[in-house]
Structures are given as structure tokens and as C-alpha cells.
Design a protein around this ligand. Structure first.
Ligand code: GAR
Length: 227
């Protein structure tokens, strides 16, 4: 994939199913001027999603697209994604950001937006893909957990990794306390990943996402328990 040519403000379509704190982080970054993009539309598969409420509060278009009418037949997920695609195209969306979107996207969307769909996942992928990643991390006993922004491919949580943040797992952590610690970092890295894309600084080569103009990496390490 070649990098985006940043000739106009990036138009982002956000897909969200729930409370929408990552959507909020993206909105906040745009309003603070650290993310040079526009949210063209927010789409949810859940009518009661707080994400839709957040969109409307900020004067953004929020669309509830009910999956039920599409639930029959063997291609129901594809049919639903075609309806999503219609809305995205109507709003001239260039990049799709999945933000707590709890449906698997089909090749219908991936084919229409190749290398132009991002997702945030609450683990250091490839560890703990799928649901309940933070609980899986606690149950496994890992000492370091975190979150990942990646491009979306057909394999669930398998696409090329753009940015990751690590946090320690503390003794006595529950899925809830760990989730809260990870979420703080999600809100930092997701707007950042979108900004890097908007600037045309991301290029995919195989599994690798190359960053143009990267500054020197932080050399400190996160060692847990500390030495
Ligand atoms: C976030 O923790 C996000 O990483 C996770 O759902 C939460 C949504 O929160 N996504 C997944 O688990 C995707 N597999 P939010 O609605 O407050 O942004």
C-alpha cells in the first residue's frame, strides 16, 4: 500500500457499538487540533450506543443502522456491510475507524476500503485476540499488557500493526482495573495513528507498517515487577 497523499482533510467514518470513549478521544483530539481530520459520520449497530449520543452532542452525524432486517439468509453479514458501505460512501469517508465495534467486518467492507480500515484492540497483539482480551491477560498472568492499533484484514485482529502501548499488570488487578489502565493508553494511540495516516506517513509492506520521518524510539523499558 502506498501512503496517503494529504491533499485535503481526511474524512473519517467511525463504527462503534458501545460507550464510545475511543470515539470521544478522536473527537477531542480533533477539537484540540492534534488530529487534522474530520469525522464524516458515526455509524452504530446498536440504537442505544452512547457513541451515537456523543456524536450528536458534538454536532456530528450519527447513524443507527439496524442489523435485524439483514439477519436472514446466509449472506446477512455481507448484506449489512453493503448497507454500511452505502452510508460511508454517501459521506465520502476515506478512512474507517473501528472504535469498540463489536461486529466482524466482511470482505465487502475490506474490499471497498483496502488498507483503509483501522481497529483498536485492548491487548498487545498477537496476544489475546477476540473478545475479553483484558480478562484473558489477567487470567494468563502476564506482567505486561497493553493495546494495539492495526489495519484490518480478513483475519480477526490479525492485520499489520501501526502502534502499540504497554502497561504493567499489577498484583490484584481485575479485568476492570486492567481495562481502565489500558483504556487511558487507547485514547492516546488511536488519535495518533489516525493523524499519522492523515499525514501520509504510513506505508504497509507485508506485515510491516513503515513510518516515514520516525523520531528516535524511546529507549526506556517497561519492566514489571520493576528491578
Ligand atoms: C475498547 O477497550 C476497545 O479496545 C475494545 O472495546 C472497547 C470499546 O470502548 N475493542 C475490542 O475489544 C475490539 N475487539 P469504547 O466504546 O469506550 O471506545
Amino acid at each position: 500500500m502506498s501512503a496517503r497523499v494529504p491533499t485535503s482533510k481526511l474524512r473519517v467514518g467511525v463504527l462503534a457499538s458501545g460507550r464510545g470513549t475511543n470515539l470521544q478521544a478522536i473527537i477531542d483530539a480533533i477539537e484540540a487540533g492534534t488530529l487534522d481530520a474530520r469525522i464524516a459520520v458515526v455509524i452504530s449497530n446498536k440504537q442505544e450506543a452512547q457513541a451515537l449520543e456523543r456524536a450528536r452532542r458534538h454536532g456530528l452525524t450519527g447513524v443507527f443502522l439496524d442489523p435485524k432486517p439483514f439477519a436472514h439468509g446466509s449472506n446477512s453479514r455481507e448484506a449489512y456491510d453493503r448497507a454500511i458501505l452505502d452510508v460511508l460512501q454517501k459521506h465520502e469517508v476515506e478512512l474507517i475507524a473501528l472504535a469498540g465495534y463489536m461486529k466482524i467486518v466482511t470482505p465487502v467492507l475490506i474490499g471497498a476500503y483496502p488498507d483503509r480500515i483501522m481497529n483498536i484492540h485492548p491487548s498487545l497483539l498477537p496476544a489475546f485476540p477476540g473478545l475479553d482480551a483484558q480478562k484473558k491477560a489477567v487470567d494468563w498472568g502476564v506482567k505486561i499488557a497493553g493495546c494495539t492499533v492495526h489495519f484490518v484484514t480478513e483475519g480477526v485482529d490479525e492485520g499489520p500493526i501501526i502502534i502499540q502501548a504497554a502497561v504493567p499488570v499489577l498484583q490484584g488487578d481485575t479485568a476492570d482495573t486492567l481495562s481502565a489502565r489500558i483504556l487511558v493508553q487507547e485514547h492516546r494511540i488511536y488519535p495518533r495513528a489516525i493523524q499519522l495516516y492523515a499525514e501520509g506517513r504510513l506505508r504497509i509492506e507485508g506485515r510491516h507498517v513503515l513510518l516515514a520521518g520516525a523520531s528516535d524510539p524511546a529507549t526506556g523499558s517497561l519492566i514489571n515487577p520493576s528491578l
